[in-house]
Design a protein around this ligand. Structure first.
Ligand SMILES: [Zn+2]
Ligand SMILES: [Zn+2]
Length: 325
């Protein structure tokens, strides 16, 4: 009897090992072309901009900026704020996104855009929408690149906004030669994988998805449309503008696989990016102005489409990993 149990356990162990070997083979199988084809299929008609940006050969990090960066002309970046859901407002630029989640106990901003535009877009945007920017309690910085962290110090200094990042990206920000010292926020709230952040009636879940930077944060949070509940997913870092090493691509791939599973289990049906080109905001934001009662919200794309967005990122990363070899 004892030996039978031992035999069946051994058989189970062998089966598990075989499954693990197959899973490993799947992660390393395929060709550049087969992964590009898988990404194209996942992109469908909705995620073509993401496919186009990620599946071409990756170029790696841009050259480091030298000297002070002049603020661009306002007309090149300014956008008006837009109400998109009952509790969610767009307060970003033409290209760089910032989203304001209005809760029963204040406002959470997701990404702080640039130092030159935070006052004009986030602060004045909230005022135009009828909100008091002094009620921005938290700003979650998806990752410590200057186009998303640039306004954090201003919010911290002006309103006492708590700045939220992962430990790895606090370190990354402190060391980064690309961030001028006067815009770096003081180290504040540190979040870890699967943490929850609650303000009033609203809870966000935090998912660490390193790859784009060492501590990129992706999120899940609720949004209501005419009282109907939905769930937002964000993929916090998109491009392959990191050092092009196999380890970095594998980290990105592992995060995409993990986060797609999070998306699948959560049922998230909205995908928001921090760049307007990737989530369709360039057409969806203007469309909100002419939306009539009863029209579908263009941001509600369904769980399958949100999963496919993350799949595009994963498959294009696999293609670019193979291009290194
Ligand atoms: Zn970035
Ligand atoms: Zn960016």
């Amino acid at each position: 009897m004892t030996s039978q149990i031992t035999v069946s356990l051994t058989a189970a162990a062998v089966a598990a090992a075989l499954l693990a070997a197959q899973a490993h083979a799947q992660t390393t199988a395929g060709t550049v072309d087969s992964h590009v084809a898988a990404a194209k299929a996942a992109a469908g008609t909705e995620h073509v901009a993401l496919f186009d940006a990620l599946c071409r050969p990756a170029s790696g990090p841009p050259p480091a900026a030298t000297g002070p960066r002049p603020a661009p002309e306002r007309s090149t970046w300014h956008a008006e704020p837009v109400k998109v859901f009952d509790n969610l407002y767009y307060v970003g630029e033409k290209e760089y996104s910032s989203w304001a989640i209005v809760t029963s106990d204040g406002i959470i901003v997701v990404d702080t855009i640039w130092a030159h535009s935070v006052d004009d877009e986030i602060v004045n945007g909230l005022k135009k929408l009828g909100f008091d920017p002094a009620r921005i309690k938290y700003a979650i910085v998806s990752h410590a690149h200057i186009d998303h962290i640039g306004g954090a110090r201003f919010l911290q200094d002006t309103y006492g906004t708590r700045i939220v990042m992962s430990a790895a990206d606090w370190d990354f920000a402190e060391k980064s030669p690309r961030l001028p010292a006067d815009i770096k926020p003081r180290r504040d709230v540190v979040v870890a994988d699967n943490d929850k952040l609650t303000l009033g009636d609203t809870t966000l879940s935090i998912h660490l998805t390193p790859g784009h930077t060492p501590g990129t944060i992706s999120l899940l949070y609720p949004a209501k449309d005419g009282g109907v509940p939905h769930l937002v997913a964000t993929w916090g870092g998109t491009g392959f503008n990191f050092e092009l090493t196999a380890a970095n691509f594998q980290t990105y791939i592992d995060s995409a696989v993990k986060y797609r599973d999070v998306v699948a289990k959560s049922g998230a049906d909205i995908l928001l990016s921090n760049h307007t080109i990737f989530d369709g905001s360039r057409t969806k934001l203007p469309a909100m102005a002419t939306r009539k009662a009863g029209d579908p919200n263009p941001y509600v794309i369904g769980n399958d489409s949100v999963q496919r967005y993350v799949k595009v990122a994963e498959e294009c990363a696999r293609a670019n990993l193979l291009r290194l070899k």
